[in-house]
Design a binder for this molecule. Sequence first.
Ligand code: ZN
Length: 161
Amino acid sequence: MKWFSHKIITGISVYCISGDPVGAVISALGSIIPDKIEGQDYKNFNRQTHRKISHWFVLYAVPMLGFFSYLCCKRGKIPYLPNLYSSFLSNQALLISTIFFYFLLGCVFHLIEDSITGKIPLLNPHKKDFGMKLIRVGSFYEYLTTSFFVFAFLLWVKFVH
Ligand SMILES: [Zn+2]
């Protein structure tokens, strides 16, 4: 997927799940990291190493679950980020953990999204063996899927939210 699709689909999904607009933006930013650490743009990717160790879920899911566990122990749930600003000095660890949680969640969303546009590693970080090519990157169906998310989100905000 193109980076704008990753950001839009991840941001909308995380907002619908969490209801936290700040968390959704942080996840949207995190959603391009697995590609970003490989190169500046699509043309610069090294095809030999693309979507290998950088796309191994363990690197993102394990620390994310660590932050998740910490937050659940401290608060019993993921804190609503806008509520933490006013008490920043007394809640630094909570605020930073929540930011990292959403950031890593965005990375995990990237991997899920990539697994429907091709293969990514599952157990072996050097072997791309998980996923299916339902949508080709940059194709009409990718734009259609991204547009669908935007359209469904707008309807949800208007009629349900
Ligand atoms: Zn990717």
